[in-house]
Design a protein around this ligand. Structure first.
Ligand code: SF4
Length: 511
């Protein structure tokens, strides 16, 4: 069997690139996006890719992207995927072959090359004589860089004379609720390209020419700046920052909250990056003033009397409660929505006020919807006394969502939600140790109050994100029973420490 013709071999076909194709530049839609973030990033990713540092965050983004892409394709059971494993050239040939044969079914990852730029189109759906195209995204709204991606695709498709009747960015609809297992109709909504895309498309030629010139030149002399984290965290930060002078031990960027960040930017504009060198009079907000004073003096701010005053009324039994949750872009369980936080685990330490602590926990790792079992386990907690959380709005939201999903336990769950009190604002108002470095998360506060309770001693998950990774691995059918058991132990230890941390933190904050 002969290979399907390459687009550039088919100058008598309507969809063929009729413009001359310059020498290969190795550009793609992603590389154009990288170029638009930072010209140096493009140069490094092509000429020095070994310097890139792939993070766990990047891997998570890829995993979610694949999940969403698969759900988008599954809506077209008669669709054909263009194989890209043999490279862009082969994929473009396969696409051209499909178009020559006038295949009128949805195409996934159809590949086109124009002026040295290769693009893979997530979805191409037959529409009369032409094609609708959609760029599938895992976000719930359209970002500017996604519109630029779409513009690059349309520019290439125009160069290849493909008749595009409609173009859109296809994003997730948060309002979608999975009503029937596996039925994802309605999961996506389309944001049409619209007239506003025309200037972006018109500029593509110049953008591509600049990218080509960049790649042909020396490493661009670009200093790190705001572009290093917008719209994505750049994977060359370590390389580009290697020659920068070391940051001060207590940078102004430690100032917390919106007000702190705004003030830090203003101070940095005056050439000061060291919080120790900032005039105290610039810190007019009481919270920022406390952070500054504690950082400069090294003496923690601790108003134990105010803390006792605020927490004396927290009735016994005190139930210290913490949830771990998972949120899927593509909902897995009937009755759930995209990115809904679903509790798969909780830990509760109950303090009866007589020096003894009772511990209750729940963890689901069988991959089934955990909500009913979680609600039943929660219903066994004391229905009187305070329910202590660190950032109570999160626990309240978990309890109330569970109450809606599991009506049989709604009364108990609403009662628990009604008894919630919050240790986070208490500590924020009345305690600060400079080692917290501008954060009041329990993981920042705990080492300053109880260094013997250390998250780094845990063998498994040590953060909420790691707990989510562990949960996903545990419910994966490919995970061995031994590994699953190990992950279970890690998750139980982690969540138990979260609630024990609150018990100890409250005691020492009051001391
Ligand atoms: S770290 Fe910043 S300056 Fe360096 S390549 Fe990335 S975006 Fe450009």
């Amino acid at each position: 069997m002969t290979d399907p013709p390459h687009l550039s071999d088919l100058s008598d076909q309507s969809f063929v690139a009729t413009r001359p194709i310059p020498p290969r530049t190795g550009l793609s839609k992603s590389r154009i996006a990288i170029f638009e973030q930072c010209v140096k990033r493009l140069w490094l990713s092509v000429h020095m890719p070994e310097l890139t540092l792939e993070s766990d965050g990047t891997r998570r983004v890829f995993r979610i992207g694949h999940e969403v892409g698969a759900a988008a394709c599954a809506l077209y059971p008669d669709g054909i995927e263009i194989d890209g494993t043999a490279g862009m050239g082969a994929a473009a040939k396969a696409t051209a072959g499909a178009l020559v044969r006038d295949i009128r079914v949805p195409l996934f990852e159809a590949t086109f090359i124009h002026a040295g730029v290769a693009v893979r189109v997530d979805l191409m759906i037959p529409d009369g004589d032409g094609w609708q195209i959609a760029e599938v995204k895992s976000t719930t709204s359209v970002k500017p860089y996604q519109r630029a991606d779409l513009a690059t695709q349309l520019w290439v498709l125009d160069g290849c004379c493909v008749n595009v009747t409609r173009a859109s960015v296809r994003v997730i609809d948060r309002a979608f609720v999975l009503r029937t297992e596996g039925d994802y109709r309605g999961l996506f909504i389309d944001e049409p390209a619209g007239e506003g895309l025309a200037p972006l498309i018109a500029a593509r030629g110049d953008v591509v020419a600049s990218a080509v010139a960049t790649l042909a030149g020396c490493e661009p002399a670009i200093q790190p700046g705001a572009q290093c984290s917008e719209p994505f965290v750049c994977s060359f930060v370590g390389y580009c920052n290697r020659d920068l002078p070391p940051a001060p031990a207590w940078p102004v960027t430690l100032l917390p909250g919106m007000a702190g960040k705004t003030l830090a930017r203003a101070i940095a504009k005056d050439g000061i990056d060291n919080l120790l060198l900032v005039d105290a009079e610039r810190l007019t907000q009481p919270l920022l003033a406390r952070v500054h004073a504690a950082t400069v003096s090294g003496v923690p701010y601790h108003d134990a009397e105010a803390i006792r005053c605020e927490t004396d009324g927290w009735a016994y039994p005190r139930t210290f409660l913490d949830f771990e949750t998972i949120a899927f872009a593509v909902p897995r369980w009937v009755g759930t929505s995209p990115y809904q936080q679903i509790p798969f685990q909780f830990s509760a330490h109950v303090d009866h006020g007589e020096g003894d602590l009772e511990h209750t926990e729940f963890l689901s790792t069988d991959g089934a919807d955990p909500r009913a079992a979680c609600a039943a386990a929660l219903a066994s907690l004391p229905m009187t006394g305070a329910v202590v959380a660190w950032n109570a709005p999160f626990e309240r939201s978990c309890l109330l969502q569970l109450a809606s999903a599991v009506p049989g336990h709604a009364t108990a769950l609403r009662a628990l939600a009604g008894h919630l009190v919050d240790l986070l604002p208490v500590s924020r108002q009345h305690y600060y140790h400079r080692d917290m470095r501008g954060s009041w998360s329990i993981k920042a506060v705990l080492p300053t109050l109880a260094p013997e309770l250390n998250y780094n001693q845990l063998d498994g998950a040590r953060s909420g994100v790691e707990a989510q990774d562990a949960y996903l691995e545990a419910i994966d059918a490919a995970t061995s029973p031994e590994r699953r058991e190990l992950l279970r132990h890690g998750l139980l230890d982690y969540c138990r420490l979260d609630t024990m941390a609150m018990v100890v933190a409250l005691k020492r904050l009051r001391a």
